[in-house]
Design a protein around this ligand. Structure first.
Ligand code: GDP
Ligand code: MG
Length: 292
């Protein structure tokens, strides 16, 4: 007992500190315009919000709106006394121009700028104990629900993103696909990602742990900023060719699976991979350049 220094309590201390300070999760949505990115941003945690503040308030009219610049919305979510500061960076649709060369650059530039600002703060001698983390922990990449295959441009952009951040492919507006089409499309996308060696999160090393999740990828989501009435109850939903869709119903849409994936099962993993893999690679490169 004399040798006991209470080292083991550190796990509890960390937990308590984290609980108090809360977690920060920074997401980014990327994809061609009109795939439902902004709608999903406004739907994703709508029913869980404590407060929200938008750097630039998005237009509430769902129809005549297009995202013209990168902007942030930040939400505070609280569950059982645990706080999650969720920030979502919405980006304009890329690939709308005739010449789409380097159209992903504003996106990767933004991601690297966050690394760069974190690194500057880290290198400041009198650094704050708690550095505000704006590093992007996951990029939700929206795939067109064509039912066919990925476009060459999507492949290029996904590759670029996967080199600097955790890439999570998502099928947008998946109410455009029947369940059969959706399954076949997912299989095809997974095969294409493998073929092009694009590393989507979670990575292969954790195969066993993540097999169930990998089989679901890419998540097929449906977004809506409107309520519809189903069985006399108002729910977030959409009317489609096949009837009504409740976006919170896992039978209809994998939106709740995506939400659980991001905030419950893989939150810590996303944050750690960002810091230990992506940021670390950036940091090493920067510091090497400084030495030369
Ligand atoms: P963004 O350009 O990717 O940000 O797309 P928006 O979120 O602005 O949505 C473009 C249009 O698609 C809007 O008219 C939305 O109402 C509609 N929309 C958004 N999500 C869905 C969806 O899941 N299914 C269907 N059918 N339409 C959607
Ligand atoms: Mg938009």
């Amino acid at each position: 007992l004399m040798n006991y220094v209470g080292f083991d309590t550190i796990t509890k201390q960390i937990e308590r500190r984290l609980l108090k300070q809360g977690f920060a999760l920074n997401l980014m949505v990327v994809g061609r315009s009109g795939l439902g990115k902004s709608t999903l941003v406004n739907t994703l945690f709508a029913s869980h919000l404590v407060d929200s503040k938008a750097a630039r308030r998005p237009n509430t009219a769902e129809h005549h709106r297009s995202t013209i610049e990168i902007h942030n919305v930040s939400h505070l979510i609280e569950e059982n006394g645990v706080r999650l500061r969720l920030s979502i960076t919405d980006t304009p649709g890329y690939g709308d121009l005739i010449n789409n060369q380097n159209c992903w650059e504003p996106i990767t530039k933004y991601i690297k700028e966050q690394y760069s600002s974190y690194l500057r703060k880290e290198l400041t001698p009198a650094r704050e104990r708690y550095i505000k983390d704006t590093r992007i922990h996951a990029v939700l990449f929206f795939i067109n629900p064509s039912g066919h295959s990925l476009s060459p441009l999507d492949i290029i952009v996904m590759r670029r993103i996967s080199e600097v951040a955790n890439l999570i492919p998502i099928i947008g507006k998946s109410d455009c696909l029947t369940p059969e089409e959706r399954h076949a499309f997912k299989d095809r996308i997974r095969a294409e990602l493998d073929f092009h060696k694009i590393r989507a999160f979670p990575e292969r090393e954790e195969r066993l742990l993540n097999d169930r999740i990998r089989a679901m990828l890419p998540f097929a989501v449906i977004g809506s900023e409107r309520n519809i009435v189903v069985d006399g109850k108002a729910v977030r939903g959409r009317r489609t060719r096949w009837g009504t869709v409740n976006v919170e119903d896992p039978e209809h849409c994998e939106y709740t699976a995506l939400r659980d994936f991001l905030t419950r099962t893989h939150l810590q993993d996303l944050i750690e991979t960002t810091g230990l893999v992506h940021y670390e690679a950036f940091r090493t490169k920067q510091l090497m350049a400084l030495k030369e």
